[in-house]
Design a protein. Sequence first.
Length: 260
Amino acid sequence: MRFASLGSGSEGNALVVEAASGHTTTRVLLDCGFSAKELERRLARLQYGIDALDAIVITHEHSDHIGSALTLARKWSLPLYMSWGTAKAVGADNADIDLHVLWGDETVSIGDLEVRPYTVPHDAREPLQFVFSDGARRLGVLTDVGTSTPHITAMLTGCDALVLECNHDTRMLATSRYPQSLKARIGGNHGHLSNDAAAQILSALDRTRLTHVVAAHLSQQNNSPELAQAALAHVLGSATEEVMVATQELGFDWLGCGAG
């Protein structure tokens, strides 16, 4: 199993997760927060087209995650997976698409991938985050969440790779030019994770299998890659540069999930 980001941040998010078994390969897009044209351009960096995707999975209805998902699902006859609350929020329940409704903690199989959604606190209708598995390795994804919960810890512990939101530095957010209401939303329990909060989540996990940690969904105004890397590296006891960062423009290239 391997994974790559097409971009991560407030201007658009998309993550490709791929698993192979024998002569078959399954390729799933987690979130589709770009226009169809831009998504095609970014997929081309991985030498793929939209026709290489087997399904699109959506975390929640915010525009930097839903983007062109309905358009692509309709045009390319792609199965679209999301919670019922998200489907209602974006009108997918009445759209001419192949809609699959997800429920928290109910694993679904998409080809060679097992996809387990789990519920998180965020300011959306029915947001989900995900753990992907090929039966041997586990990739945990956690972005767009305001605070940790015991359930989040239970879902992410023991993963082989982790994509973890480091949205903002608390001090930078507090002194930014954002209006107070926006600061409160971002920093609240249904907003986004600070670097320190992400580090606390990481520290609570069983990390014995963990080979890759990627800091994701960084604010371009209220964070820096160096601060996010330092917070996670401190927990890992690693060099700062060993923590990868998913950037808005480039995301990150393929990473294998686990050793071997």
